[in-house]
Design a protein around this ligand. Structure first.
Ligand SMILES: *Cc1c(COP(=O)(O)O)cnc(C)c1O
Length: 418
């Protein structure tokens, strides 16, 4: 076994955040050297201004001309900020009065394919996970809007208080996009907060080619999570959350600590962003993103996204050209490619539930061989009714089509006798 995986190697297809962007890395080095905290303008002036410029550019790309945003320690915490802001905007008295201010049981909705951090909001914030309602998804992993509406009506009739819907733009396993417009219509009808979790899929907002069919309607959300450390290849950690309402983040989280956030300072105290968050000090996650964006440009990010999609399409095409060896599980919308490898002894067997069961058992064994050989890493998991299958991720800018050829040949080399 090795003690350190090379997560930037083009044969590491294991995680949503892969690769090593050198400019972003240079940014991280300078950040570490400056070693400054991000809570007040007075100690991090230029970095605070970079946050302001970059986040406002990201909101513009989402489709908003105002609003507010913050960098959070990961997409899970970004989703938590969205939850807190939704509850605050609907029940502002909760902040001072606590649980008893809300007369009734709050319920939130998210698809069964969404990231587990959404459910964790229900546990962390006192709803209980039973009140995070899982909405069924279709065979491609997309939330079914009519099922959402049915569940909202059902909970209202029980006397519960629906308040929050999470719509995933790029699910963690299948890379599926929930239909934003249809979900937004339902949120409007029942006056619910719409959050779009684009932690993974957000990068595609850059792509004029893929945005219209994947992310159209995102501008109708009340809040959006978007992780540059995933598709955009910014160094870990870099996650952002955006709000359409300019005031909600401050109003929800401000504690106006006298010793840090004095109101009589020399400068505009709105730049003291530390009072908008549930942390006190914050790490500087902006410089590496700002520098990377300066180097690549917005068009560079667009080309990067289109290239990753092109490689994913290449891999799908190759998989389909070898139906004896590979079985594609869903037609992907993103860079997640879900498939089974078929060893020699199963190639003539009809694709029944019996074969699916055996294919699922082979997955962890083949992963074990990959790790022992040290030549390749691909993630796997079960999902819903499906047993284990591989989920290959192409998010490393260093991947070339030759690496995809290698991946498929190597799996066959390691697994044909299983
Ligand atoms: C990765 C991911 C998250 C969590 O982000 P972290 O930065 O790992 O906390 C949330 N939602 C989705 C859809 C994700 O893919």
């Amino acid at each position: 076994m090795v003690y350190l995986t090379k997560a930037s190697h083009p044969h590491f297809f294991n995680q949503l955040s892969c690769g090593l962007d050198l400019v972003s890395m240079a940014g991280e080095w300078l950040t570490a050297t400056a070693n400054t905290n991000m809570f007040t303008y007075e100690i991090a002036p230029v970095f605070i201004l970079m946050e302001s410029v970059v986040l406002s550019k990201m909101r513009e790309i989402i489709g908003w001309d105002s609003g507010d945003s913050i960098l959070a320690p990961g997409g899970s915490i970004s989703n938590l900020y969205a939850f807190l802001s939704a509850r605050h905007s609907m029940f502002p008295g909760y902040k001072e009065k606590g649980l008893h201010f809300i007369k009734g049981q709050l319920v939130m909705f998210t698809s069964c394919e969404s990231h587990y951090s959404v459910k964790s909001c229900a546990s962390v914030c006192g709803l209980g996970t039973d009140h995070c309602i899982e909405v069924p998804a279709d065979s491609r992993g997309k939330m079914i809007p009519s099922e959402l509406e049915k569940l909202i009506v059902e909970h209202k009739s029980k006397g519960n208080i629906p308040f929050f819907v999470n719509c995933t733009a790029g699910t963690t396993v299948f890379g599926a996009f929930d239909p934003i417009h249809e979900i937004a219509d339902i949120c409007k009808k029942y006056k619910l907060w719409l959050h779009v979790d684009a932690a993974w899929g957000g990068g595609l907002l850059f792509s004029r080619k893929y945005r219209p069919t994947r992310l159209d309607g995102i501008e109708r959300a009340d809040s959006v999570t978007w992780n540059p450390h995933k598709l955009m290849g910014t160094l870990l950690q870099c996650s952002t959350v955006h709000f359409k309402d300019k005031m909600v983040l401050t109003s929800c989280n401000t504690m106006s600590a006298d010793y840090l956030f004095m109101q009589d300072k020399l400068y505009d105290v709105r730049y003291d962003t530390g009072d908008k968050v549930i942390q006190c000090g914050r790490h500087n996650d902006i410089f590496k993103l700002w520098l990377q964006w300066r180097a690549k440009g917005t068009e560079g990010f667009e080309q990067h996204m289109d290239r990753l999609m092109e490689l994913s399409e290449y891999m799908v095409k190759k998989i389909k050209s070898m139906p004896d060896k590979y079985y594609l599980i869903v037609e992907p919308e993103m860079m997640n490619i879900s498939f089974w490898y078929i060893p020699k002894r199963l190639r003539m067997m009809p694709h029944t539930s019996e074969r699916i069961k055996i294919l699922g058992e082979i997955v962890p064994k083949l992963k074990g061989r990959m790790m022992e050989a040290g030549t390749l890493m691909i993630g796997y998991q079960p999902q819903g009714n499906l047993p284990n299958f591989f989920r290959n991720i192409i998010s490393n800018a260093a991947v070339r089509s030759e690496d995809i050829d290698f991946l498929l040949a190597e799996l066959d080399r390691l697994g044909q006798d299983l």
